[in-house]
Design a protein. Structure first.
Lengths: 231, 231, 231, 231
């Protein structure tokens, strides 16, 4: 069942390790089959080097386990909240990658100050609000998803496929699991460059003209840029 | 004698190198057999690539050599002080890992500003007080242990398995040697992220609600998080 | 046609990856045959590990495709502007390498504060002006080249073979593609050291005597330094 | 002639690359045979991967070439000045390693703020004065050596085997070429940790008691520390 999706999710999880975004069992990737309304996600607490595609857990959009002998990642309710709220996305990634997590801990949006940022994320990468006592004591992982969704009330999640959960870490998404991992890698690079640039010059400015230009030459109607890639 | 413990301590010492926490012969790991009251520890000044499990030195809780042809690590009295004061721990690690040592040199506790920190260390990671002339001129390595133990007068060493010795470097511990190394790796990552986050935003704040939530979902009575791992 | 140049450009593009200056398909290298007036350049959006020398695209100085089945890099008009304005150069490189891009985002010239900088770049590495609405909405990649060329109105591009395009990233050049990549590697190292040095001491000063000395012992009439290399 | 010394110098030069302290042909190591008064040193501008032990150049203490087909490193006069002034040293290293060079560019001594620093370097690592016009225009590489020697007028070069040449980079030395490289590796680590510590806490303080204790337990009359190593 969903063998192809499970393979994709499995390989996207391994790619997180290969790209240096996670240590130990940290981080998780999921992917969705929109027609069937089913999600494949990494199991909880399993070492990456012992994992196989068959260990991926299949759940429905309400979190019921449909297939799999292991528990799904404890972050599953957050992934599901994103799939329910953002119908265009096909894959979700959560990491504790160093620089993106540090911005989450700093509690600040990552400012859009470069063309690479504009190419991939269009606007500042938003940091969520503090969670309330009710949210933390309630269904915490679900509420983490709700806090993200509320932060995107006036942001297009397709144009800005990343968020920082305050004091926690980043989530990214994309059209499929591999694309979500790609965005996680670029997010970490963007977060690192923004850290260095702000330390050099706290008063830096971005030319707003570049933001629209770079975003549109890659994603706009007359896109002419690297078949959706950067070169 | 204690062959299994010596193997575990040996492999935990090699893991320090593999994880990039030590260069040359820096760093050391020990483990204890609580029933026998004996500790296996890395020998002093031996290159990691020439070391075998049989080179591990066995000492009792007072530091008497029970087995081994080489001298035990010069930090042995510090390890023993921790085993005597913290009866629940089974392994101790000392490194000069880059970011954790820099915080030791800065003389500041590492503030708990993220959920990963809360998952593993519950509270701020404490930095010890300056050692006095008597302590430095006396039995220095033993007094280093005593300074650590005094700093934990009102801290639970099981919940916060790490310390920064001021102007020196970190010690971590755990339920066994491998767990103590795991905590040393996470400490270094937490120290790096806290450095970046504070440089970005010196006025950052942590949501205290997250601290209890994250610590308890992993270690509390109703723990539901990754079989003690993070995912 | 131009088989040797295409091989050189191909290998210079792979060297960018090997040196850690690019991720994914980011970055591009070109080289020129001045006699024929033809340029070989990396194709757009092709993965580095699938690329062969035959994939390099050959264009003339006005950008007409002379040979090749793929589209040339979208940055081709910038490369061509540099070849037209700087007749002594034989290769051009564009990367988003971490520290050089961060200086571009900070919008500041990289100050010449060390002998390595003086050896390779003679003076501060200039950052371009903000692009105007006309430039961004017009032939953007060509105008990026024009902005660079204007910035070099009173700078010798042979002595200072690097530029930062504001909010974008660096371009470097050299006597051939390999030399341009060499300069890109050194630029990234110089950018990293300048970041660290300025963070340590914002009030740092350079001894201007060293600038002429180091530049001239390598490039001047009586050059005696490592056959053009540094040792 | 001096085959064993040439092998040692050759391997010490390769170790610089392996430890990540140099890129391209940057950096050089030499060693001295005090009885014969002859020095073996890396040739100028030769790629590390093409170098053999036989390429090492042998010079006397006045810089006359005694053996070798290639030119000695252009930094040879600096090495010779150090061998003449510091009779106890047997090897010299020059690198442009990232953090140590950044401190040189910052123009500041690296403060002794940790026990590792104290173990290896005893006191602050001194940065030289600005060179004068006469020195720069004269026999520049010799004068670089003289500036270092003057800086050590009241510093023991055996206890503090490292210096930062202002706006240039570090030199280290030791009892033989391998020991000088070991000190170059530790210097880079110490420079990195001091950068991080100072950024975290510009007002940091060192306990002076630790300096003597750590230096003496390793180098003093009753040294008991790791057979001269750190563990």
């Amino acid at each position: 069942m969903l063998q192809e999706l499970k393979e994709k999710v499995f390989h996207a999880n391994l790619e997180l390790v290969k790209q240096g975004l996670v240590i130990y069992t940290w981080g998780n990737v999921s992917g969705i089959d929109r027609e069937k309304g089913l999600i494949a996600i990494k199991p909880s607490g399993l070492d990456y080097d012992k994992m196989t595609a068959d260990d991926m857990v299949v759940v429905d959009l309400e979190g019921n386990i449909v297939e799999g002998k292991l528990r799904p990642s404890s972050d599953t309710p957050t992934h599901l909240a994103l799939y329910r709220a953002f119908p265009a996305i096909g894959g979700v990634v959560h990491t504790h990658s160093t620089y993106a997590t540090a911005w989450s801990q700093a509690g600040l949006d990552i400012p859009n100050i470069g063309t690479t940022h504009a190419d991939y994320f269009h606007k500042d990468i938003p940091c969520t609000a503090d969670m309330t006592a009710e949210e933390v004591r309630g269904d915490y992982e679900l509420e983490t998803g709700n806090v993200i969704v509320r932060r995107f009330a006036d942001i297009d999640p397709t144009a800005t496929p990343a968020v920082l959960v305050k004091n926690h870490g980043p989530f990214t998404w994309g059209k499929d699991p591999a694309d979500a991992v790609h965005n996680a890698v670029v997010l970490e690079q963007v977060a690192k460059m923004a850290f260095i640039a702000r330390t050099i010059n706290p008063a830096l400015t971005m030319n707003p003209l570049l933001i629209e230009k770079h975003y549109n030459r890659k994603h706009g109607p007359g896109a002419y840029y690297g078949q959706g890639k950067q070169d």
